[in-house]
Design a binder for this molecule. Sequence first.
Ligand SMILES: Cc1cc2nc3c(=O)[nH]c(=O)nc-3n(C[C@H](O)[C@H](O)[C@H](O)COP(=O)(O)O)c2cc1C
Length: 166
Amino acid sequence: MKILITYYSLTGNTKKVAEAIYQSLPEPKELKKIVEIKSVDDYDLVFAGFPVHLHSVPYKVENFLRHLPASKKVALFMTHGSIPGTRLSREALEQALVLAGKARILGTFACRGQVSLQAMETLGRSPEHELWTEMAVTSARHPDQNDLEDARAFARWMLSLANQPD
Ligand SMILES: Cc1cc2nc3c(=O)[nH]c(=O)nc-3n(C[C@H](O)[C@H](O)[C@H](O)COP(=O)(O)O)c2cc1C
């Protein structure tokens, strides 16, 4: 079972989760940025991760998800600044599931990721994001050790699903 862990990360949070997933999985495996991937044909299982940007999937990731081949075994992971379980943190994942609709999604994982000061300042300037930035303050120090442990457990679970006979 050849595994690809690929991610898009602007401020490093999703990269940390990707590295935790990578560490927890057996060889053969590769860890690469989404922008470096030309094809996923060589892999039996693909972990694809991204941060939430403006309530949705970043453009570069959109393109990647849309072109995933039919029936490819895929596990999605996401980091977000907003509080877990709120609509704000769910809608991007729902969008990702639609975009990757041809692939066989084995599962999804999401955890919080500290919102950079720059993002906080930029987003905080628009009235509709004012309350959002208040909520995002509590994302500080995520992903933490618990988040990364959860990500590793998620990865092992996805591998066991991928190894099951069709
Ligand atoms: C431009 C920008 C827009 C963002 N928009 C959202 C958002 O709509 N909802 C949310 O929960 N987090 C939002 N965030 C916070 C990021 O999703 C969060 O900090 C994430 O962990 C960043 O991942 P990265 O470090 O891998 O880039 C935004 C961050 C940036 C930089």
